[in-house]
Design a protein around this ligand. Structure first.
Ligand code: ZN
Length: 399
């Protein structure tokens, strides 16, 4: 009986700790910049989401995010709150409610909206961030309704161009969302002529390369690198976050890391304009080498380096909650070390290197330890390569 009681007590404690202890990811700053963590794509019950804006802020606090963007669908048929509450609800209400709640936590909220057109697969879905009036964006886009007879494509392209142009007038930063969504891209992910047109008009600034509905989009990631677009990711959460992220399994919500000069909305915006972002999702990092390399260096701490005539040993610690998976890369044939190393979140491991024959002294005194970081990509299917140069101290050199 006593034992049963103890078990019951322990499970209650476990449940309580799961429910109340925030599940916060740990990502270090990089030299010269503060690393801000956020979600650029979130829905609420003001469009087709299932939860209130205030709950989105509570969820962000639980996940330890610095910012979120409220990006409810802007189209009239999605305006359930306006239908129910009339003039008391607008396309800006969800943002206003979230922003008020966010002040309590010191979380930043970006005023956004998702603008969608695409009966014939494209142009697709676009997030407009940093707008000031969602109703005005929608009004301009919907003004094209019924103007072009049967030419639906013409109507939708005209609507998207004017809607995004209005958003830009308000100061928006625009991203093309989930280009690989099967409704938009049933057979392959394509960059259509309308996207070139939007890009040339300055109406696409960034691209969503990971979305929780669809997962990682290698084509979008490649376009981000090739066309120098800002990388973003978002949950696109409609249901409560715990139904998207398996917290019990230790999962983290996908997030965009923004390398900002200051912790403010202006700081986020400046970093977006300068493409200083990295996507973090499902334990993988996606970004330009320029940004993921310093991030990796900030995540790894090497200590306790010891040499002998035959061996070098050290401790390697992962200072973050991002896993680091290493696979030996070419260029270090004169020495032997582990071909595969997994450095899990917050983990410390021992690492050793010896010469070709571990029983004999070093056969080389200068060498590189080369690894591919297989879950940190600098382009679609291109892992980050890292290299540490080692010079064996004179006292351990045989000659
Ligand atoms: Zn969405």
């Amino acid at each position: 009986m006593k034992r049963l009681f103890l078990i019951a007590l322990l499970s209650a404690a476990a449940l309580t700790s799961f429910a109340t202890v925030p599940h916060r990811s740990k990502v270090p700053d990089i030299p010269g910049y503060i690393t801000l963590k956020g979600d650029f794509h979130i829905h609420t019950n003001f469009s087709d989401g299932h939860v209130w804006p205030v709950t989105r802020v509570d969820e962000a606090d639980y996940d330890g995010l610095d910012f979120i963007a409220i990006t409810d669908h802007i189209e009239t048929h999605h305006q359930h709150m306006i239908k129910d509450f009339g003039a008391n609800a607008t396309r800006n209400s969800a943002y206003e409610m979230a922003a008020k709640q966010a002040k309590k936590y010191g979380i930043m909220v970006i005023h956004g909206a998702e603008l969608t057109r695409g009966a014939r697969l494209f142009p697709g879905h676009f997030n407009t961030h940093f707008i000031t009036d969602g109703d005005a964006v929608n009004q301009v886009a919907e003004a094209h309704n019924g103007k072009y007879g049967d030419d639906e494509v013409k109507q939708e392209e005209a609507a998207i161009i004017s809607g995004l142009t209005e958003a830009k007038k308000q100061g928006a930063f625009v991203t093309w969302n989930h280009p690989d969504w099967e409704q938009q891209a049933p057979n392959e992910t394509k960059w259509w002529p309308i996207h070139t047109q939007l890009l040339n008009k300055g109406l696409i600034d960034g691209i969503e390369i990971y979305n929780s509905f669809i997962g990682y989009d290698p084509e979008a990631f490649h376009w981000a690198i090739e066309k120098d677009l800002t990388i973003t990711t978002g949950t696109d959460a409609h249901k409560p976050m715990f139904q998207w992220v398996d917290y019990e399994k230790g999962e983290y919500r996908p997030m965009t890391l923004v390398f900002a000069k200051e912790r403010s909305l202006n700081g986020i915006r400046e970093a977006l304009d300068e493409h200083r972002t990295v996507a973090l999702a499902e334990g993988c990092v996606y970004g330009k080498e320029e940004w993921i390399k310093p991030l990796l260096e900030a995540c790894v701490e090497i200590s306790g380096i010891k040499f002998s005539e035959k061996k070098m040993t050290c401790k390697v610690r992962n200072l973050s909650t991002i896993p680091i998976k290493l696979a030996k890369a070419p260029g270090s044939e004169q020495v032997v070390y582990a071909r595969g190393v997994n450095l899990n979140e917050n983990e410390e491991i021992s690492f050793s290197v010896n010469g070709i024959d571990s029983r004999k002294p070093w056969n080389t005194y200068e060498f590189d330890i080369n690894f591919y970081v297989t879950n940190w990509l600098t382009d679609a299917d291109t892992p980050l390569k890292i290299s540490y140069h080692v010079s064996v101290p004179a006292k351990y050199r045989k000659n």
